[in-house]
Design a protein around this ligand. Structure first.
Ligand SMILES: NC(=O)c1ccc[n+]([C@@H]2O[C@H](COP(=O)([O-])OP(=O)(O)OC[C@H]3O[C@@H](n4cnc5c(N)ncnc54)[C@H](O)[C@@H]3O)[C@@H](O)[C@H]2O)c1
Length: 365
């Protein structure tokens, strides 16, 4: 088992990563659980079926536990699921001495975390990630839900008390979810760690490569990159915004296509490629877009800017992005691996480049 610590100005918490971590939950969480009145596991229907009873039985050894499941998928990061979960908290008698366990991927982490952040003005929660993507989402304390007008627009910073990442749970993950999660790992490498990026480019060429045990070793490295950024800038007043590389267009694609129609990672992958195009446009920087596209293509990511939504629709969605200010669209661009910058982008340039990509007549070299 690997362990690292996430530190912020007000708190610090452990991240346990490895095979069989769940079985050790009562021991690993002894200090947290010893004075708790009860636990509520929040999960989704898929994950609940696979691992819900297991976690309930394990925690049941040390405190009363109940479990509730929302339908799986992005559509559950909604006002209505959130309200239902608050009702469950009340009906199950959760008090300020209670603890919520978020068992699932990033959707559950964000939704259950936001429930914990706001129920009785905030109770503790533990992240129990079960997707590759959730190596990113379970760390850093961003919790929230979507609004029909934009993604993640309602939320709170609420750090978990611990993260239990049992890599055995990844064995049941469908291929498209491995791909989705790998996009966030690539993102960490692009913005912060050129050496890691080189290793990934050399050794991970297909979805099968993502699933190999070597990737599990690199989970710790990717989480450490995120933890370092969160330590410096917990509330995203500076460098934490770099973690949004690929997300300005990515979020806009997710929103425009209808939440859950495309995985978060696929949307982010398309967004990162587009951001590299934009970087070349602005600085004549060094990205060999054809080479990047080939890598993304071999991994199974969509490599074209989506053509079924108008450039204007995507831009309108970007204006509602949290990074936008005074209606100006901001993009995280990466000049070269390890050198991210947050830039305000001229709307006309954005429109022209998106439209050009959509017509499929982009010249890449
Ligand atoms: N808070 C943050 O810092 C942060 C960072 C990145 C992404 N996110 C959010 O994370 C969300 C995406 O998370 P995700 O990709 O994990 O999606 P997800 O939670 O919807 O999980 C993807 C699918 O995999 C299934 N699943 C989960 N674990 C499984 C397992 N072990 N075996 C089989 N099936 C399993 C789920 O039921 C679901 O159908 C997005 O809403 C995104 O905005 C948040």
């Amino acid at each position: 088992m690997e362990q690292l610590t996430v530190k912020t100005a007000d708190t610090s918490y452990p991240v346990y990563i490895g095979k069989g971590v769940l079985n050790k939950a009562p021991e690993l969480l002894h200090t947290l659980l010893e004075d708790k009145s009860r636990a509520l596991i929040i999960t989704d229907t898929n994950v609940g079926e696979l691992y819900g009873t297991k976690l309930k039985n394990i925690l049941g050894r040390v405190l009363p536990v109940s479990i509730t499941a929302v339908p799986d998928g992005e559509a559950s990061k909604s006002m209505s699921s959130y309200e239902k979960l608050l009702s469950v908290c009340i009906e199950e008698g959760l008090d300020r001495q209670s603890v919520i366990f978020a068992l699932g991927g990033g959707v559950i982490g964000d939704l259950a975390g936001f429930t914990a952040a706001t129920y009785m003005r905030g109770i503790p929660f533990v992240q129990v990630p079960t997707t590759l993507l959730a190596h990113d989402s379970s760390v850093g304390g961003k919790t929230g839900i979507n609004h029909s007008l934009g993604k993640n627009l309602i939320g709170a910073f609420h750090q978990p008390s611990a993260v239990l990442y049992d890599t055995d749970t990844l064995s049941t993950l469908p291929d498209k979810e491995w791909r989705s999660g790998f996009a966030e790992m690539i993102k960490h490498a692009y913005i912060q760690d050129p050496e890691f990026l080189m290793w990934l480019k050399k050794n991970v060429r297909t979805t099968e490569d993502i699933k190999k045990d070597t990737i599990r070793q690199f989970l710790k490295r990717s989480i450490a990159i995120k933890a370092d950024i969160v330590k410096e800038d917990e509330k995203e007043s500076g460098i934490r915004a770099f973690l949004n590389f690929g997300h300005t267009l990515g979020h806009s694609i997710e929103k425009s296509s209808g939440y859950g129609q495309i995985t978060h990672g696929e949307a982010v992958a398309a967004g990162m490629l587009f951001a590299m195009r934009l970087s070349n446009e602005i600085w004549i920087s060094s990205w060999d877009i054809n080479q990047e596209r080939d890598w993304f293509k071999s991994l199974g990511y969509p490599i074209e800017a989506p053509s079924h939504y108008s450039a204007q629709l995507l831009i309108d969605a970007m204006k509602k992005d949290k990074k936008a200010s005074a209606g100006k669209i901001k993009f995280v661009l990466v000049k070269e691996p390890g050198r991210p910058l947050l830039n305000t982008i001229d709307e006309k340039l954005l429109f022209d480049l998106l439209a050009k990509e959509q017509r499929g007549n982009t010249v890449y070299d």
